[in-house]
Design a binder for this molecule. Structure first.
Ligand code: NOJ
Length: 583
């Protein structure tokens, strides 16, 4: 780190950890990317399940919000055993979501609105209904068809014990036995058999799938379980934690929750060769196309290996997502993130919510201040402690303004711009996530963050579908969160996000710098997170007492109303402000 004194009206003493980005550069280095979860964004057909025409009809919302790109979760042909992360045909759209022509129309409309689009690729496993798996079942032990997956004989006298002791991430054993005696590996649900990435046929097939969607014009891919494709030779036993829901129960020193995958099934050296090959596939196309790793890998230096030159372009920053609401912990993770990605010349990403995790509005409203790990499947049920909705929303808005003030690329999960909370009182018999079943009802699963979006406060199903149907029920209190209840309302969560995105673009914060504020008049470093990006001071007050802004501060944006006392501007508890430093 290089100590540096920043001059300006507020003249804080700062420590620079990330220098200004080069002008220009690829779009994904600074983009705000909005995750669309097709089942729950908007329904065009009226069956209560979101679909591609529904998304197309609502794309104006995203353009108006001011995001740069969309990441579309899976919409491929699938029996939906894991909400589409079980793909039966990688080159077709599931009838539930529409047709290939609907996809083309969506992509064209997105591009017409200036929005890039990345799609989800699920290479670790297929659906059990994929033609390859069906052929493997029919062909029997020792066949070439079985060699595309990880079939093995069992252990014990008659092979009745699984080939090793691995557990599925959704709970229960990671192996299922067939009537002919062989077992197959599935790191997730029984209906998601793992492919064998040592098999050249598997590699060739996925390169072809990449080209299929690149030819259609997609701007990139989000790679599911990017750290899981290659397993350690011999598939050795593993006695450590292996499930996302079993992330380290004790928080590591750096303040993150340590929700990370370890063991012989994850982060093997061999995965990098696959991504180098994929990088070459993308590079053969014009424009800037991106590969984004979903890799639950720590420490951050290890994650950065996925985004070395010639490999992927971005990796989700789950260390940031799982960090406690604590100024010191956030400062450490942000520093470590920037240092690790700078070392390989990649942009850092930031993310607070997605379709696998309790929404940050609700995580941050737990009395335990989200002290428990929040890995995949760790939902909240009606028997659990209920989050404080107002506190959670206040903190979530403050956290989002910290995130959007940071240099790099940021991911938003649909509904967070409305301040939507998790559905924490869903009837258990309505749950659809396999985590709920496979964990023996120990983990509530992810349905609570996947509830259909509210668009119109006075309509049935809050305008999600033309018939009022919704595949999961929405809480009645969501009327207040509906888009039409917030549009044009000063200080609403929606307008707060919209302003933040507009300012982030105008001030070029995405390609900006980061210098921590070490000392500034009247600022208590313990409970305040404060950094300078270009000439903007981002200050978050995580403490319980208001913090006074120094004289001469021009407030550009705030996550909540500020207070004033004797001519001094006060930043209340759990509030973030963006302040212009230059005179
Ligand atoms: C990660 C995805 O985000 C999650 O939704 C899915 O269940 C697993 N990978 C398995 O594909």
């Amino acid at each position: 780190m290089t100590p540096e004194t920043t001059t300006g009206a507020l003249a804080p003493t700062t420590t620079l950890v990330h220098a200004l980005g080069a002008p220009g550069g690829e779009w994904w280095r600074h983009a705000v990317i909005y995750q669309v979860y097709p089942r729950s964004f908007a329904d065009g057909s009226g069956d209560g399940i979101g679909d591609l025409p529904g998304i197309t009809a609502r794309l104006d919302h995203l353009a108006r919000l001011g995001v740069d790109a969309i990441w579309l979760s899976p919409f491929y042909r699938s029996p939906q055993a894991d909400a589409g992360y079980d793909v039966a045909d990688y080159r077709d759209v599931d009838p539930l979501f529409g047709t290939l022509a609907d996809f083309d129309a969506l992509l064209e409309r997105a591009h017409g609105l200036g929005l890039r689009m990345i799609v989800d690729l699920v290479p670790n496993h297929t659906s059990d209904e994929h033609v390859w798996f069906q052929a493997a079942l029919a062909a029997g032990p020792g066949s070439l068809e079985r060699a595309r997956y990880l079939f093995r004989p069992g252990k014990g006298a008659d092979g009745a014990e699984p080939p090793n002791n691995w557990n599925s991430i959704f709970g229960g054993p990671a192996w299922t036995r067939l009537p002919d005696g062989e077992w197959y590996l599935h790191l997730f649900d029984t209906r998601q058999p793992d492919l064998d990435w040592e098999n050249p046929e598997v590699r060739a097939e996925f390169e072809d799938v990449l080209r299929f969607w690149l030819d259609k014009g997609v701007d990139g891919f989000r790679i599911d379980v990017a750290h899981g494709l290659v397993k350690a030779a011999g598939l050795p036993d593993w006695d450590g934690e292996s499930s996302m829901t079993e992330g380290a129960e004790t928080a590591p020193e750096d303040g993150s929750m340590g929700v990370v995958h370890r063991g012989p099934m994850f982060d093997q050296e061999g995965v990098h060769e696959i991504y180098r090959a994929w990088n070459r596939v993308l590079a053969a196309y014009d424009g800037d196309r991106a590969l984004v790793a979903e890799a639950w890998v720590e420490p951050l230096e290890r994650l950065a290996r996925y985004v070395r030159p010639g490999e992927m372009h971005q990796a989700f920053n789950f260390s940031f997502l799982t960090t406690r609401w604590d100024a010191g912990a956030l400062r450490r993770i942000v520093t470590a993130s920037l240092e690790a990605s700078d070392a390989v010349g990649a942009p850092t990403t930031w993310v607070l919510s997605n379709h696998d995790i309790v929404r940050h509005t609700s995580r941050l409203g737990l009395a335990e201040a989200n002290a428990r790990p929040s890995g995949i499947g760790r939902g909240i049920g009606r028997d659990d402690e209920q989050p404080d909705e107002a506190l959670g929303l206040r903190r979530a808005r403050a956290a989002s303004l910290v995130m959007l003030g940071l240099p790099g690329s940021a991911y938003l999960y649909q509904g967070e711009e409305l301040g939507l909370p998790e559905h924490t009182t869903l009837d258990d018999d309505l749950r659809q996530d396999p985590t709920w079943w496979r964990s023996g009802h120990n983990e509530r699963g992810r349905d609570g963050c996947r509830v259909p979006l509210p668009w119109a406060k006075d309509e049935a199903g809050f305008g999600f579908s033309p018939t009022g149907a919704t595949w999961l029920p929405q809480p009645a209190s969501w009327a207040a969160y509906a888009l039409d209840a917030q549009q044009g309302v000063g200080g609403s969560t929606y307008e707060t996000y919209r302003n933040a995105l507009r300012l982030r673009g105008e001030l070029e914060l995405g390609t900006g710098s980061l210098a921590w504020v070490d000392a500034m008049a009247k600022v208590d470093a313990e409970s305040v997170l404060a950094f300078v990006n270009r000439d903007v001071l981002v200050l978050a007050n995580l403490g319980s007492d208001p913090v006074a802004l120094p004289d001469g501060a021009t407030v550009l944006h705030a996550s909540a109303a500020l207070e004033a006392s004797d001519g001094v501007t006060l930043v209340p508890s759990d509030t973030t402000v963006w302040v212009r430093l230059a005179a």
